[in-house]
Design a protein around this ligand. Sequence first.
Ligand code: URP
Ligand code: ZN
Ligand code: ZN
Length: 480
Amino acid sequence: MSILIRGGTVVTAEAEYRADVLIEGETIAAVGPDLQAPQGARVIDATGKYIIPGGIDPHTHFELPFMGTVASEDFFTGTSAAAAGGTTMCIDFVIPSPQQSMMEAYKNWMGWAEKAACDYSFHVAVTWWDDSVKQDMHTLATEHGVNSFKHFMAYKNAIMCDDETLVNSFKTAKELGALCTIHAENGELVHVLQQEIFEKGITGPEGHPLSRPPEVEGEAANRAIRIAEVLGVPVYLVHTSCIDALESVTRARLEGQRVYAEVLAQHLVIDDSVYRNTDWDTAAHYVMSPPFRAKEHQAALWKGLQAGMIQTTATDHCCFCSDQKRAGQDDFRKIPNGTAGVEDRMGVLWHHGVRSGKLTPSEFVAATSSNAAKIFNIFPKKGALMAGSDADVVIWDPEKTRTISVDTHHQNIDFNIYEGMEITGNADVTISRGLVVWENDTLSTVRGRGQYVNRDCNAEFWSSQRKRNQAAEPTKVERT
Ligand code: URP
Ligand code: ZN
Ligand code: ZN
């Protein structure tokens, strides 16, 4: 099946220009002016609209088993909701339980993901350490297309990894040419603060942000960055939420260290007042880690994105319905952590970023798609509109208005953290590897059509990351 998208403005991370896009089967065949429609091709008129690469959400958790429950969104519903919002690829996380074999966990997640409607890939978390973990990192990197490993510095007594594990894993990632990704929060401090706050009688959702202040994130971010600096490995901070962490990223980048940072759409537009809502359920809906922050952090995150200190935007899409959140009714520490938004990321970013003048359309494409594709080494298969790229293409209507609501969203969750937010700029048509999956506000995704995307390691590129004092190679002093 061929599709010719005619009359629109192509926007890539590099440029914005008038061109048509021809899709043949699952790939882009040509991008250029006045392309001819092959016999039998479907022609879609994109006049007045942008043609952009499908969004890549580099941080989702579909059907994640976590905090005694399982995230309600599965790989089919999640990738479908993503498509409704213009996202055509998600990078999810395999998270082995402590002592569980990495390969076993990877196989479990691969099985769950078979129902995905759009393409996906996996970061794999290092949650404990021994020689088998090191061996499995090698196997995953060399045989299964995994080029990124995740490290949770929080969630003590569950999936938290200590400094010893961090160091071992970072060294192994360096050998492989894989990228280390980090959830930066000091888990020991969170644990102590949680107890102190609970013992003061603060048991509701307002206790959650109090137990995870910005300093806790800043300390962990800086520690991870410094460990990476000493070992000479690049790092990628997920869900950077505060000035404290951003300052560490900025300092390191200005010193030439290869540090990447991701921000969640929700951290850019929602502040910590949500935890003071007097309705327990509503406040609990926003319990995620790191928590929503005071407004000054949002302003700094926007600037970080504008300045290129933050390269990617994600959602950390991790759905827990109201009844699941109620597990923590008497104790905020037991509220499952996570918020949704895979469907809304691009619209929220366009409305609050592009329409407000903070981002150009090209910067929007970079932040929602191309930068993730480059960092995770799948560019230009993904994140690009080039002949030969996968035909993950979105016709973006900059004037299409929508009021975000649980009543109309496609996510498998019974509330929406953006409820009532009016946004202008939305996906009009979404094409996933050559198949139209969203059109006329209707989804037509196909269960199981999504493919696993292999991501190769890049040892040569990563090894160009210098250790801080590389000029001064350790030298032995000869003594008589
Ligand atoms: O609260 C969150 N973010 N839940 C999902 C797990 C994680 O930390 O990314
Ligand atoms: Zn996290
Ligand atoms: Zn996450």
